[in-house]
Design a protein around this ligand. Structure first.
Ligand code: SF4
Length: 385
């Protein structure tokens, strides 16, 4: 009997409960940037409460062996995506370059705008990157066959449940991520196990895939991926520190945001769209040639991942504003706020990935897209630039 109905509602919750019960594999979990600013609402905390430490503690009490942070992988995404953008600047395109971390946007693009396949960054979404690193680098480090690792992603997102079954996301013959649970489903799991969430002590993520920066944190909100990428692309591309690291012009909940960024004399035109209608509006203008951009961030949910379909439901009309403020607070309080300064990311490149866009980085962290606009049976796999 399940007191909150989760077991009958969702077979993936049951699957995770079974794995926790059996515990015959190494059990690893990762948590998305937006989960930590919403999970507390399920336990009576105010919207916008930051419950990172309690969430980590709850996951340990559920029985996970390692609790890793998708924010770490967001930093890794920026290393790859920022470098890809710099390569395109050197090679003349194709522009605009689109972000790739939102699987709902990728589904839409493959079905409705396949002409943009060469424009979308080939970087996998951060949780897929972390999954791929766990089942290669980390598996070797702990001397465990990747088949004996069970990895759960806690996401604000329902689209990521479909993202994990893409064949191009298999790694070493196994799925990079085994199960995606939403923020709400994690809350159900914690309630089923009667873990007293609100009174748990704060605990830290595990090493080596638990260290992250403020740039990784802001992936959870619209404009965040763009801002994080600009922080790194500017410093790696120009070799000098940014004066002010906040890009205010891409922040806020306006549906479409545009900005011109001075990149050492070159004026970069960027845009950010979130929420289905805004996304369609912006894409149709690009297709019609009415606007030009160098770099575009697309997130399917209103507000970005803070407003994801798997987040707690709220009657508070300001819930997105409160979660957004919490995300920027995490960034402000972070000791390191640029992805390329994350010491654990540097170590990962030294020990395994060599350098951004290396052969091994491509094998592990990049993906391909399919034109799914054609009639069934005529799906074509397009190699990325
Ligand atoms: Fe998932 Fe929505 Fe975030 Fe896209 S914007 S990754 S669909 S939660």
């Amino acid at each position: 009997f399940c007191p909150v109905g989760a077991i009958t509602e969702n077979s993936q919750v049951r699957k995770v409960l079974e794995e926790l019960e059996k515990h015959d594999k190494v059990l690893i979990v990762q948590t998305a940037p937006a989960t930590r600013v919403a999970l507390g609402e399920e336990f009576g905390l105010e919207p916008g409460s930051i419950s990172t430490g309690k969430m980590v503690a709850a996951l340990r009490r559920l029985g996970f062996d390692y609790v890793f942070d998708t924010n770490f992988a967001a930093d890794l995404t920026i290393m790859e995506e920022g470098s890809e953008f710099l390569e395109r600047l050197k090679n003349g395109g194709p522009f605009p370059m689109f972000t790739s971390c939102c699987p709902a946007w990728i589904n839409m693009m493959e079905k409705l705008y396949p002409q943009f396949i060469p424009n979308v960054s080939s970087a996998k979404s951060p949780h897929q990157m972390l999954g791929a690193v766990v089942k290669t680098y980390f598996a070797k480090k702990i001397n465990v066959d990747p088949k004996n690792i069970f990895l759960v992603s806690i996401m604000p997102c329902t689209a990521k449940k479909d993202d994990i079954i893409r064949p191009q996301h298999m790694i070493n013959g196994v799925p990079a991520v085994d199960v995606v649970l939403t923020t709400r489903e994690l809350a159900k799991l914690i309630k089923i196990k009667k873990i007293p969430f609100a009174t748990l002590p704060d605990e830290n993520y595990d090493d080596p895939l638990g260290e992250s920066t403020g740039a990784g944190a802001i992936f959870g909100v619209t404009g965040g991926v763009m801002e994080a990428a600009l922080r790194t692309a500017y410093e790696l591309g120009l070799g000098k520190p940014l004066g002010k690291i906040e890009f205010e012009s891409v922040r806020g909940l306006e549906g479409i945001k545009e900005a011109t960024i001075d990149f050492n004399g070159k004026k970069l035109k960027v845009a950010v769209a979130h929420g289905g209608l805004n996304v369609r509006r912006l894409l149709d203008k690009i297709v019609a040639g009415e606007v030009y951009y160098d770099f575009v961030e697309i997130m399917a949910c209103s507000g970005g991942c803070i407003g994801g379909g798997g987040q707690p439901k709220s009657l508070d009309k300001d819930v997105l504003v409160k979660r957004m403020k919490a995300i920027y607070t995490i960034d402000e309080l972070s000791v390191i706020r640029k992805s390329h300064e994350n010491p654990s990311i540097k170590k990962l490149y030294q020990e395994f990935l060599e350098h951004p866009l290396s052969h091994v980085a491509h094998e592990t962290l990049h993906t391909t897209y399919m034109d799914r606009s054609k009639k069934k049976g005529k799906v074509e796999v397009l190699e990325h630039v």
